[in-house]
Design a protein around this ligand. Structure first.
Ligand code: NDP
Length: 339
């Protein structure tokens, strides 16, 4: 290994209060340690930027430990092995794993890295989108959490986003009627045109009452599966449209990741509708990801599943790219090109 090679790492140096700001991070340059037996060095080409990262920046118990101050921000990355002391990860092999926003990541024992085949997908970035965490989430959370049946109505919030756009398309494949909620007319156009939604609702500028009205108008027969990515008033409005024995999948609550929790008012609807509300966390499905990979890769390759990726360039742009998830200016799965 070149002793002079430096690793740029996008590190968390202060815990954000509310929306993250530049002073919460620092771009470190550190020398790379020599490889031990069994280790390999991955040159990260792309890093996935996910809303969940905001939660990992807080010092509180969650499904993964908080990012330690001074450590690089944890991220799923895809890259190429450039040095190796592990025969299962030869130089030139593409691999994907839970690493960090950094030029190079060490792989090997105790690290979660999978070899990937760029020819099985349209682009290697698909391993961070439709054949990555958001694809697995859409697949398992909808099919197992929502249990959609043909003819049922599925309502998706955050519907034009990475998870939401896939959920809508998979629900359509299962024969459901789909209604998407997103911010702004351009995203609503995309719901109908690109992701096959049957109806689109722009939540921006609507009071909770107007939103409830819009959902009832789009779903005159009620909602059987409510797939929640956003939370707050949007979830509350959706609860009022549930059918008997509806399933509410709480996949994400992005509207509250930088603020205090919203006091949900309409939970009583779960009682009177005998409905089920269930949280979803992908980590529970890690042992089953092997089931989803070939299905999702096949759908992508055959053009049955449209995947939009929003790729921003440069590790120095990690923060502005990440913040696009919260102001809604991302147009698809948010990915940072590092190499
Ligand atoms: P998206 O690509 O959907 O991007 C985030 C979108 O959220 C924005 O484009 C914006 O869309 C919307 N948004 C942001 N802030 C607000 C707000 N205050 N109110 C309403 N909408 C808002 O991101 P992902 O697809 O990666 O993630 C979607 C959700 O899925 C997140 O909640 C995430 O945490 C969750 N998730 C959960 C997983 C799990 O295992 N449970 C795994 C992966 C993701 P718009 O312009 O329409 O407002």
């Amino acid at each position: 290994m070149s002793p002079n090679r430096l690793n740029r790492r996008f590190a968390l140096v202060r815990r954000p209060e509310g929306m993250p700001v530049a002073a919460d991070f620092q771009l470190l340059e550190e020398p790379l340690p020599p490889l031990a037996d069994g280790q390999f060095l991955l040159r990260n080409h792309y890093a996935s930027l996910d809303p969940a990262m905001r939660g990992w920046m807080d010092d509180r118990p969650s499904y993964v430990p908080p990012i330690q101050l001074g450590d690089p921000v944890r991220a799923l990355t895809v890259g190429m092995v450039v040095e190796s002391r592990n025969p299962d990860y030869p130089v030139g092999q593409w691999a994907c794993g839970m690493n960090a926003i950094e030029d190079y990541s060490l792989g090997g024992p105790g690290r979660f890295t999978n070899c990937v085949d760029p020819d099985a997908v349209l682009s290697v970035t698909n391993y961070l989108s439709a054949v990555g965490t958001v694809g697995f989430t859409a697949y398992f959370a909808l099919l197992e959490g929502g249990e959609p049946k043909a003819g049922e109505t599925v309502l998706v919030t955050g519907a034009a986003g990475a998870v939401g756009s896939l959920v809508g398309q998979i629900a359509k494949m299962k024969g459901c009627r789909t209604i998407g909620i997103a911010g702004g007319p351009a995203k609503c156009d995309r719901l109908l045109r690109d992701y096959g939604y049957d109806a689109a609702i722009d939540y921006r500028g609507k009071s909770p009452e107007e939103l409830t009205e819009a959902i009832r108008a789009a779903a005159p027969d009620g909602v059987d599966v409510h797939f929640e990515n956003v939370g707050g008033e949007i979830l509350d409005a959706g609860l009022l449209a549930l059918n008997q024995r509806a399933r509410v999948v709480i996949c994400g609550l992005i509207s509250q990741y930088n603020s205090d929790p919203y006091p949900t008012r309409n939970l009583w609807q779960l009682i009177v509708k005998g409905a089920r509300m269930q949280g979803f966390i992908l980590t529970h499905y890690v042992p089953r990801i092997g089931e989803a990979i070939p299905v999702l890769a096949d759908w992508v390759k055959q053009g049955k599943l449209r995947v939009d990726e929003h790729i921003e360039e440069g590790i120095e742009n990690a923060l502005p790219a990440f913040l696009r998830l919260f102001d809604g200016t991302n147009q698809g799965k948010m990915i940072l090109k590092i190499a």
